[in-house]
Design a protein around this ligand. Structure first.
Ligand code: 2HA
Ligand code: ZN
Length: 264
């Protein structure tokens, strides 16, 4: 019984916790957003060998770095506010086949994974192939950050990063690699995935023009915190603009002072 695996249940509990934050933050209208977490390291060999609950599904490409890996993924069309209440009704555990070409659902119910699954898995595969122990892909729809992507001048990675870094010291510290930008693509497509992977060569957070944000990392709470910090910076920027002035922002010197102080 996977429910007896305390560490696995704690990790799925963190998915529920973050899903609740996404909803209460107003970042998850209807079924907006999706989460996938690599839980392979938390499962016993017996659990990893559970029988499939539905026919296997072909992946868009061979997932070389994910062979035999197991993920908890939120379900297609499922609402974050319900993932928060009951993750196993609104998500499932999937296993990548030994040849990396298929996935199958192994627990707890045959809930179909998110429409963004091929793109999530491509990203997990890419980041792991670079040698990192990446475990999380988090996609969500923060109002303020999406709002920024409607401003043409913010569709420049350096300008966007500099603007958000300069609002509070934490942003420079928590998002040291800055923000990648992907121009508009149809949601759920491999074109969107490929363009995102290109940005993940340099960044851990990517803004999707007029759609949302995607973050990768080793820890789901950290991924959430990264997006939350960016959102805080955007709110400070917009608050100043709404009060009728351009925020001064931290100076280059102030920002550079953080690099030494925090070993960035
Ligand atoms: O899961 O957010 O990008 C719904 C979406 C697709
Ligand atoms: Zn989305």
């Amino acid at each position: 019984m996977i429910r007896d695996n305390k560490e696995l249940m704690a990790e799925i509990g963190r998915v529920a916790e973050v899903a609740g934050y996404l909803w209460t933050k107003g970042w998850a209208e209807r079924n907006g957003g999706n989460i996938s977490v690599n839980v392979t390291h938390l499962m016993t060999d017996e659990e990893k060998a559970l029988p499939a609950l539905a026919a296997r599904v072909q992946l868009p490409a061979e997932m070389d770095a994910l062979k035999g890996h197991v993920f908890f993924v939120t379900g297609t069309g499922k609402r974050m506010r319900y993932v928060a209440q009951n993750p196993f009704e609104n998500g499932s555990l999937i296993r990548i086949s030994p040849d990396g070409l298929f996935y199958e659902i192994i627990a707890e119910k045959p809930t179909q994974p998110t429409s963004e699954l091929p793109s999530h898995l491509s990203m997990h595969n890419y980041v792991r192939s670079t040698g990192r122990d990446n475990r999380v892909v988090l996609h969500t729809h923060p109002t303020d950050l999406i709002g920024l992507t409607h401003g043409p001048k913010f569709l420049n990675s350096e300008y966007l990063t500099r603007t958000l870094w300069a609002m509070i010291p934490e942003c420079r510290i928590i998002v040291p690699k800055g923000i990648g930008i992907v121009r508009y693509e149809i949601p759920g497509t491999m074109d969107l995935a490929r363009a995102t992977i290109k940005q993940l060569e340099k960044h851990d957070v990517v803004f999707w023009e007029k759609h949302g944000i995607l973050a990768v990392g080793e820890d789901l709470i950290e991924c959430f915190d990264t997006i939350d910090t960016l959102s805080k910076s955007a709110q400070i920027y917009f608050s100043a603009r709404m009060a009728g002035f351009e925020p001064e922002g931290m100076t280059d010197e102030q920002l550079d002072g953080l690099v030494d102080a925090f070993n960035l």
